[in-house]
Design a protein around this ligand. Structure first.
Ligand SMILES: [Zn+2]
Length: 341
């Protein structure tokens, strides 16, 4: 099983999800083999709180499960998997953060010091995939993905969308040249991520062994969508920051082995419940397992979703209002401007 954790990857910028720019040429070619979930949100909009939630059984009702339950990696260790974590983000010693949970893997590789695009994860992935083992494997990849500093996330030959060939869709008419460049660079990082995920799937496929890959992004990103802002910050939270891609790919053998799984792509889901989906996919059963919280279970039941302290519906409402405010300057705002003129 392969779990790929993306970074700051907004599904709105993926052509797989309808973005008019072709940011997913390779994954789109595999569309028929991919389960592309359309309504998955993150439980926060910053890496640390999201991964503390997604890599453990802790949730809003049971924060104590951060320590009283095994974390995701620990669960797979105990179930007899050989576990690998290959990261392009630092695996520090901070026991208060999520890296403490990733470091529980049997094998860890931290390439973050090289400050290179995510392609540097491919050689250690190859090693993990082909290392002799009589146990099933869980390989977790933690990407730098589409993190801010977008132009550093892809090699020069992925400098595809530029102002020269600009077909930027739905652009604000008043988007500055700098803001347009930021969107171009962000979309290039999305297109590089498309290459990376496709390369991983193609490589796994060649093993001809039952295999599954799950991809999700820790949180989304706002990229000059309706106001001059790019990034993610809870105090400015919008739906762009919490609506994430969630993809499942299964090898034909794996799919045949698991006729019990359901693929209902419109299920509303939060990655706070990721451990239940991972456990279900690996056919693990344990005290505390709740089948209604697996995205792939026939017994799935939607649950209220929160982004930090806010219900997701409130975030949608706040986003709508923020866009309205941006479109319609206040009476006093226009009065001030008239004075300025
Ligand atoms: Zn992040």
């Amino acid at each position: 099983m392969v779990l790929v954790i993306g970074e700051s990857h907004a599904r709105r910028h993926m052509s797989l999800y309808g973005y008019p720019r072709d940011t997913n040429p390779l994954l789109s070619a595999r569309r028929g083999e991919l389960s592309v979930y359309t309504d998955v949100v993150s439980p926060q909009v910053h890496t640390i709180p999201v991964l503390r939630a997604a890599l453990t059984f802790a949730d809003w009702d049971h924060p104590e499960r951060l320590t009283t339950y095994p974390s995701l990696i620990e669960l797979f260790n105990r179930a007899g998997f050989e576990t690998y974590v290959i990261s392009n983000q630092p695996l520090l010693d901070g026991s208060s953060s999520y890296d403490a949970f990733l470091k529980l893997a049997d094998h860890t590789v931290d390439l973050s010091a090289r400050k290179a695009p995510d392609g540097i994860l491919l050689p250690p992935f190859e090693q993990a995939l082909t290392a002799p083992s009589d146990r099933p494997k869980l390989i977790v990849l933690h990407l730098m993905g589409c993190h801010i500093g977008y132009k550093y996330r892809y090699p020069a030959d992925f400098d595809f969308f530029t102002r020269l060939n600009d077909t930027l869709p739905n652009a604000q008419p008043d988007l500055t040249p700098e803001a347009r460049t930021t969107v171009d660079e962000y979309d290039n990082s999305v297109r590089y991520n498309d290459y990376l995920l496709s390369t991983l799937i193609a490589r796994i496929e060649r093993e001809h062994t039952p295999a599954a890959l799950i991809y999700f992004s820790d949180h989304g990103e706002e990229v000059n969508e309706f106001r001059p802002f790019n990034g993610h910050a809870y105090e400015k939270v919008t739906s762009y920051m919490c609506e994430v891609p969630f993809l499942v790919w299964l090898s034909p053998d794996f799919r045949r082995m698991r006729p019990d799984l359901r693929f209902d792509l419109t299920r509303p889901y939060s990655t706070v419940d990721l451990p239940y989906t991972m456990a279900n996919l690996a056919a693990l059963r344990f005290q505390g397992y709740d089948d209604t919280r697996s995205l792939l279970s026939p017994h799935f039941r939607p649950r209220p979703r929160r982004v930090g302290e806010l219900p997701y519906e409130t975030v949608l409402d706040m986003t709508r209002k923020a866009k309205e405010r941006q479109r319609a300057p206040s009476f006093f705002g226009s009065l001030t401007r008239r004075f300025a003129e």
